[in-house]
Design a binder for this molecule. Structure first.
Ligand SMILES: [Ca+2]
Ligand SMILES: [Ca+2]
Length: 421
C-alpha cells in the first residue's frame, strides 16, 4: 500500500489532455462538462480524474482545476463554496502525503475509518476504480464538502429540547445525515389537568383548568357557552343568569314559574287604591306550599298598602298549595302615592323558600303606573303587552279572588317579612 501511495501521482490538465474515459469508467456529463478536465495516467487510472468525476456526478458541479491531489485541500480552504470538515459521506477525502498527495470519494464512515472509491496513478498498479477502507487519519488535509452541507448528525440520532411554556419537541437525523423537521411542541397538563385557573369569563365558562396546548399554558373552560336555559346558571356566559325568559326543562329545577296572565291599573289618582292580580304556572318540581312562595318587591314599594300587604315588601302570598303544572293566582291592592304626575314602575317577583328569587322562565310582573290628579276622571286601560292580558278599570273593579285566603297566611308571612326589615 505504501508503495502504491508513494507512486500516486496526479497529472493536471496543464500537461495532459482531458479525457472522457479512465480506469474503465466513462465520463458522465451531469455537470455541464463534455470531458473530465483531468488526464488519465499510463496505468489507466488517476485519483484526481475519479475524484473530479465523482464530484461531477454527485454534486452536479464541475470543479475548476485544483492541480495535484496534494493541493486540493488548500484550494478548497480558500474557496467560499467549500468547507473542510471531518470524515463525511459524500465528501472528497484529501491527503498531502506522498509526492503528489491523494484524493478519493467517501461513501461511508464510522468516524474512525472511511470507505472510499478511488483510482490510482502509479507504475505497475491497477488503475480501475476500487472500493477500499482506510483509517480516517490517512486523509490528513481533511474532507471537502460543499459549503453548508456538512453532516449535521448521525442517521437515527434523536434530539429533544424544551419549547413553549410546558412542552418538548424532538427531531430525528435522516439517512442523509441532516436533521428532519421538529415534531409538534407538546407537553402534559399541570397537575394532571386538575389545576384550577381563572380565565376571566362569566357563568359556566368560568370553571376552567390549566392546559398545556401546543406547548403553551392556557386556561381553558371546561364548558363552552350554550343557549341560555332556565337552570339558575349563566349558560351563555354573558354575565346574566337565566336572562331573556329562557324555557325550563322538565324536572330541571325545584322552583320555576311562568307568568300566564295578569291585570293592573295603568293610572290611579293620587292616594287611590287599585287591584292587581297575576297568575304564574308552577314549572318546577316542587309544590308551592302556603307560606313558602310569595310575591315581593325589591325594596320598600311606593305602591305598598300597609293594611293590605302581608309585609312592607311582600304584596301577596298563597292561600292554597300549587302543585307542579298548576297555576297560582296572586291578587293584592296597590295605592298610588300622593304625587300627581308621577310615573312609577314596580317589579313584583316570585320568591321561593329561602328567599331565593324564582328567576325563570318568567317569574316577574312589571306594573307601570301614572299618578293622576285626584279630581281628574282617570279612565284607564291596562296592559302589559301580553295577548291574554285583561284590561281593568282602576276603580270598583276587582277580579281577584283569594284575598280572603291571603289573610290566612298573613301571620306566617309576617314572620318571614320580619327578616327583611
Ligand atoms: Ca346568560
Ligand atoms: Ca341559565
Amino acid at each position: 500500500m505504501k508503495k502504491l501511495l508513494a507512486l500516486a501521482i496526479l497529472l493536471t490538465a496543464s500537461y495532459a489532455p482531458a479525457v472522457n474515459y479512465c480506469g474503465g469508467v466513462t465520463h458522465q456529463n451531469t455537470c455541464g462538462r463534455a470531458y473530465n478536465i483531468y488526464p488519465c495516467c499510463p496505468n489507466g487510472g488517476n485519483c484526481t480524474w475519479w475524484a473530479w468525476e465523482s464530484v461531477c456526478r454527485n454534486w452536479n458541479a464541475g470543479l475548476v482545476n485544483w492541480g495535484n491531489a496534494n493541493t486540493w485541500a488548500g484550494h478548497a480552504n480558500v474557496d467560499p463554496n467549500y468547507d473542510l470538515v471531518g470524515p463525511t459521506v459524500g465528501s472528497i477525502a484529501t491527503s498531502t502525503l506522498g509526492n503528489y498527495g491523494h484524493v478519493a470519494w467517501v461513501i461511508a464512515t464510522d468516524g474512525a475509518t472511511v470507505t472510499v472509491t478511488e483510482q490510482n496513478c502509479c507504475v505497475g498498479c491497477g488503475g480501475s476504480v476500487r472500493t477500499i477502507r482506510y483509517n480516517s487519519s490517512k486523509f490528513n488535509s481533511g474532507y471537502v464538502v460543499r459549503h453548508g452541507t456538512q453532516c449535521q448528525c448521525s442517521p437515527g440520532q434523536v434530539q429533544t429540547e424544551a419549547c413553549g411554556d410546558c412542552g418538548r419537541r424532538s427531531r430525528t437525523c435522516g439517512a442523509s445525515c441532516s436533521w428532519g423537521g421538529w415534531s409538534g411542541c407538546a407537553g402534559a397538563d399541570p397537575e394532571n389537568g386538575n389545576q384550577v385557573c381563572s380565565n376571566g369569563k362569566h357563568g359556566v365558562c368560568a370553571d376552567a383548568r390549566r392546559r398545556c396546548e401546543g406547548g403553551n399554558l392556557t386556561c381553558r373552560s371546561l364548558v363552552e357557552p350554550s343557549p341560555e336555559r332556565c337552570d339558575t346558571r349563566d349558560n351563555d356566559c354573558d354575565g346574566e343568569t337565566d336572562e331573556g325568559n329562557p324555557e325550563v326543562g322538565a324536572n330541571e329545577l325545584d322552583y320555576a314559574a311562568k307568568r300566564v296572565d295578569s291585570s293592573y291599573p295603568r293610572t290611579l289618582a293620587a292616594g287611590e287604591r287599585g287591584t292587581v292580580w297575576v297568575e304564574f304556572r308552577n314549572m318546577g318540581k316542587k309544590t308551592w306550599e302556603r307560606g313558602d312562595v310569595w310575591l315581593s318587591t325589591q325594596g320598600m314599594s311606593a305602591l305598598s298598602v300597609a293594611d293590605s300587604w302581608p309585609a312592607w315588601n311582600i304584596a301577596a302570598g298563597l292561600s292554597v298549595p300549587v302543585a307542579p303544572g298548576e297555576v297560582a293566582r296572586f291578587a293584592f291592592e296597590v295605592q298610588a302615592p300622593e304625587t300627581p304626575g308621577a310615573q312609577l314602575e314596580e317589579k313584583f317577583k316570585l320568591r321561593s323558600p329561602g328567599e331565593t328569587p324564582i328567576t325563570c322562565p318568567d317569574s316577574e310582573l312589571k306594573v307601570p303606573l301614572l299618578v293622576l290628579n285626584a279630581n281628574v276622571d282617570a279612565g284607564q286601560a291596562s296592559a302589559d303587552g301580553g295577548a291574554k292580558h285583561m284590561a281593568l278599570e282602576s276603580r270598583g273593579c276587582s277580579t281577584a279572588p283569594g284575598l280572603g285566603g291571603l289573610l290566612l297566611v298573613l301571620a306566617a308571612l309576617r314572620r318571614r317579612s320580619s327578616r327583611h326589615a
